[in-house]
Structures are given as structure tokens and as C-alpha cells.
Design a protein around this ligand. Structure first.
Ligand code: FAD
Ligand code: SF4
Length: 471
């Protein structure tokens, strides 16, 4: 299997980014694609490993059959490769764009791993282009009614599998558009929203119903034989600083949602960075999306504050291959800030100490302070390191602490101490006809993990419905 010398003949080549200053002019896809022959070369780099860690628990949570479809792709058998990919991957057009590619870091080629994510994207987009992706309407209907609450990746994956197994599926979504964080969270340049809508249309053609602008409640859910709750974990961690509720202070997902709504409607965004000095609290991926979005909205400047020290350039001894490397990553937004502002927007070991507002309660500046660990290991401010930063838009991307309170109280459910609906036995079954999946069950995670979790919950719900039927 595979071209055993491919990895020696060809260097790893990812789908190239569009040039930073060019891509900042729009919210379109960050990347361009490699040509077909170059894609075949990349697939040929997948060798005949004895143990393919890429598809193990260290790698892909969906356990995608990576060496098999890479080999078929290398041989130019795109259709067969896509069929093999679709055996385990429900929506490769999402993971092919936004997955951090856990598999590539677990690859036997280590830092030079095979470009599985780009290969996967090429296969699914080729499938759509050539008309190989058609609605797969179940031949048999089992006569059971199921509901999925939430249409993020977990909900879509659960709905897709329940439908394929012959159950009638209604997805109940409180937002005006389906997709969860795929629609309102991850920015358009990482995942163009037409890609999300294309999948929803396909699922509708396959028989899945979507009820939008609808908040699920226990009475409504009574009508179904099984219910999978996939409401996400978007309760944000706030800032414990006076004036944190001032005008111009927003949580990241709220800001990113408005930015996407503006891209889709062509109207000015309800919250805009235009002409403003922007400070983002949180040096992670969500913070990076805020940086990229603020730059596209023509902010005056953008700075990202991170409480923790910068990660090391190379793996620490306690973080060996094939584990995910906890090393310094510079993402697209930070690269763009470097191109425009001439330096890394991230300031490490620093937080917001005070917010200043004008007489209209609008934020005008903030005091940032450097942090260090005290003897108990707690982060504390270092005296005399305060610095004033101009700031008319403060975006809080400091992480998430679990399911939203409104969702829990409406569904009359209680989370565990970490804000999750995680059954004590580690399963997906909350009791009765209720199941949970995705971020709502595990806490904030990744699209690929939400997909795997949604599928696992659908399987448990399917077994439950079978037992009820006596088969
Ligand atoms: C800004 C941002 C960027 C991210 N980027 C990436 C990335 O690049 N790659 C990656 O792998 N992961 C990324 N993630 C994480 C990833 O998006 C999540 O882990 C994933 O979306 C979780 O899926 P989910 O289906 O569990 O929940 P969600 O996507 O949060 O969807 C939950 C849905 O449930 C709906 N809902 C909630 N309560 C109710 C109710 N009572 N009734 C009806 N509907 C309800 C919500 O409106 C929402 O649509 C990002 C997260 C954020 C915040
Ligand atoms: S879903 Fe992610 S981890 Fe799995 S094969 Fe694709 S890129 Fe790799």
C-alpha cells in the first residue's frame, strides 16, 4: 500500500495561504488549492506504516481510514478514495477546512506528516464538483421519531446517522441559521458559510427536517421517541474587572456572530472594529479568529493579551510524539497582524487590570499588567508593570465554562460541576429517552470530536430504540 518512497521524493506541501495583505481585503477562503498532480504526490507520501498512528486514538477521533484513502488517491482513484473516507467521516468538507489535523501530528513522519486534512478536502470537493455526492435517501423507515437539539457539528452528525439508520429526524435549532459554531463562530474565511448551507440542503433532501428559530423545551420533546441534546457549551468565562459590562466590551462569539451575519447580509455589522483600537483577551484560537476579523473590518490596531507564557518552539520532554504537540503556533490572524502591524499581536503573561470608560459608559482604554506565578502557583500581577492601552473594542476570548444557563433551565436539566451534561457512567445516555453529545457533554472541544461524539450518541439512541421495539 502507498508509494513506499513517496515521503523521500516529495516534500510536504500544504494548500497555500493567499498572501496576507491580499486576503485581508475580503472574508473569502484563506487558502488556494494544489493542482491534481501535486495532490497525488502529497497522497503518495503516505507510506506503508506498520502501525498507522494517524487513525489511532492519538490521531483522528473519527478513526478515518487514512492510509487506505491516501493510497487510492495516490493511484488516481478519487471516487473509491472518497467512498472509503465517507465510511467514517460524515462531513469532510468541514474537517478538511477547520480540523487541527490531530492525525498529521501523530503521523510516523512526525513534524513532516502527510497532508491528510488537505487530501480529505480535495476528495470531498472533487466529489461535489463531479456530482458523486447525491442525497442518500434511506431505503427503510423504522417508524420512530427522534429529535436532535442543536445543529452544530455534534447535532448534524447525530441527525445524519439517525436518519441513515431509518429514524425520522427533526433538528431543533434556536438560531436563525443551522450549523452552530460552524455557522456563527468560525469565521467565513476559515469555513465559507455556503459550504455549511450546501450540507444542510443535502441533509434536507435525505429527509432530515430543520426547525429554526425554535428553542427546545421538555413539552415539545415529549413528542419524540428519543432526543439527542447537542446544545453546545458556549457559556463564556468573563472578566472580573470593573466596567466589564461597558459599551464596547463583548464576548468573542457574540462579536464573531455579528461579523458573519454582516458578511451574509451585506449590511454593516452590529459590532464593528472599524477605526478602533481593539484588544482581545485570550491568546487561543478564538482570540485569533477575533484578530483576523478585526483586521478585515479595518481596525486601527489589534493586540492580543494572553495570561500564560508562550508555548515552547519544540516539544517539551513530557510531550513526546505521537501526542498532540503543545508548541507555539502562529495562526492566520496573527500572521496577518504581523504583515500589517509589523509584529506579533500577542503579549504573554499579561492581563487586563482596569477598564476606563467615558461619561457614556463606553470603553476608551485599559490597563494591562504583567503576571507571574506566586509560591502557590497562582498568577499574580507584578507591581509597577502596568501599561495603558488605547481600546475602544475589548473582545473577551478567555474560554468557556460549560452549557449556557438558559438552555439548562429551559430543558430543566442540571449540569455537573464543570458545566457538562456528562452521564456519570461516561455514556451518552442521560436517562429516559434523553441523550447528550458534543461540547454539551464534553465541554468546549473540536469540530472533529463533536462529530465523533454525535455519531456515538446516535448509535446509543438507536440501540435504545431497538430495545424498546424488542429487537
Ligand atoms: C470562535 C470559535 C472558533 C472555533 N474554531 C474551531 C476550529 O477551527 N476547529 C475546530 O475543530 N474547532 C473549533 N472550535 C470549536 C468547535 O466549533 C466546537 O467544539 C463545536 O462546534 C462543538 O459542536 P457542538 O455541536 O457540540 O456545539 P455548537 O457548535 O456550539 O452548536 C450548538 C447548537 O445548539 C443550539 N442550541 C443551544 N441550546 C438550544 C436550545 N435550547 N434549543 C435549540 N437549540 C439550541 C445553539 O444555538 C447551537 O447552534 C471553535 C470554537 C469557537 C468558539
Ligand atoms: S478529521 Fe481531522 S484528524 Fe481526522 S483525518 Fe481529517 S484532518 Fe485528520
Amino acid at each position: 500500500m502507498g508509494k513506499t518512497t513517496g515521503f523521500m521524493e516529495y516534500a510536504r506541501a500544504e494548500n497555500p495561504y493567499r498572501e496576507a495583505k491580499e486576503r485581508l481585503k475580503d472574508f473569502s477562503d484563506l487558502h488556494t488549492a494544489l493542482s491534481e498532480p501535486l495532490r497525488h504526490c502529497q497522497a503518495s507520501r503516505c507510506m506503508n506504516c506498520g502501525v498507522p498512528f494517524c487513525q489511532s486514538d492519538f490521531g483522528c477521533p473519527l478513526h478515518n481510514l487514512i492510509p487506505e484513502w491516501n493510497d487510492l488517491l495516490y493511484q488516481g482513484q478519487e471516487k473509491a478514495a472518497l467512498e472509503r473516507l465517507l465510511q467514517t467521516a460524515p462531513f469532510p468538507e468541514f474537517t478538511g477546512r477547520v480540523c487541527p489535523a490531530l492525525c498529521e501530528k501523530a503521523c510516523n513522519l512526525a513534524d513532516d506528516g502527510v497532508t491528510n486534512r488537505d487530501n480529505e478536502l480535495y476528495l470531498i470537493e472533487t466529489g461535489f464538483e463531479k456530482g458523486w455526492i447525491q442525497p442518500r435517501i434511506p431505503a427503510f423507515r423504522a417508524g420512530k421519531r427522534t429529535a436532535v437539539v442543536g445543529s452544530g457539528p455534534a447535532g448534524l452528525a447525530a441527525a445524519d446517522l439517525l436518519n441513515r439508520m431509518g429514524h425520522a429526524v427533526t433538528v431543533i435549532e434556536k438560531a436563525d441559521r443551522p450549523g452552530g459554531l460552524l455557522m456563527y463562530g468560525i469565521p467565513n474565511m476559515k469555513l465559507p458559510k455556503g459550504i455549511v448551507t450546501r450540507r444542510i440542503r443535502l441533509m434536507e433532501a435525505e429527509g432530515v427536517s430543520f426547525l429554526l428559530n425554535t428553542e427546545a423545551d421538555p413539552e415539545m420533546l415529549n413528542a419524540y421517541d428519543a432526543v439527542v441534546l447537542c446544545g453546545g457549551a458556549k457559556k463564556p468565562r468573563g472578566l472580573q474587572v470593573e466596567h466589564a459590562d461597558a459599551q464596547g466590551v463583548h464576548f468573542a462569539v457574540e462579536y464573531l456572530t455579528e461579523a458573519t451575519k454582516s458578511v451574509l447580509s451585506g449590511m454593516a455589522p452590529a459590532v464593528s472594529a472599524q477605526g478602533k483600537h481593539v484588544v482581545v483577551v485570550g491568546g487561543g484560537d478564538t482570540g485569533n479568529d477575533c484578530v483576523g476579523t478585526a483586521l478585515r473590518q479595518h481596525c486601527a490596531s489589534v493586540t492580543q493579551l494572553e495570561m500564560m507564557p508562550a508555548a515552547p518552539e519544540k516539544r517539551a520532554p513530557g510531550n513526546p510524539w505521537p501526542e498532540w504537540p503543545r508548541t507555539l503556533r502562529t495562526d492566520y490572524g496573527q500572521m496577518e497582524a504581523m504583515a500589517v502591524q509589523g509584529g506579533d499581536p500577542r503579549i504573554y503573561e499579561t492581563t487586563v487590570q482596569a477598564i476606563r470608560v467615558n461619561d457614556k459608559n463606553e470603553i476608551v482604554s485599559l490597563t494591562a499588567v504583567r503576571l507571574t506565578k506566586n509560591q502557590e502557583g497562582r498568577l499574580v500581577p507584578i507591581p509597577d508593570t502596568e501599561k495603558t492601552l488605547p481600546c475602544e473594542l475589548l473582545l473577551i476570548a478567555a474560554g468557556f465554562v460549560g452549557c449556557e444557563d438558559a438552555t439548562l433551565s429551559r430543558l430543566a436539566l442540571q449540569s455537573d460541576a464543570r458545566g457538562r451534561l456528562l452521564p456519570p457512567d461516561g455514556s451518552h445516555h442521560l436517562g429516559g429517552k434523553l441523550f447528550s453529545a458534543g461540547d454539551m457533554r464534553t465541554g468546549q472541544s473540536l469540530v472533529v470530536r463533536a462529530l465523533a461524539d454525535g455519531r456515538a450518541a446516535a448509535m446509543e439512541a438507536h440501540r435504545f430504540l431497538g430495545q424498546k421495539n424488542g429487537f
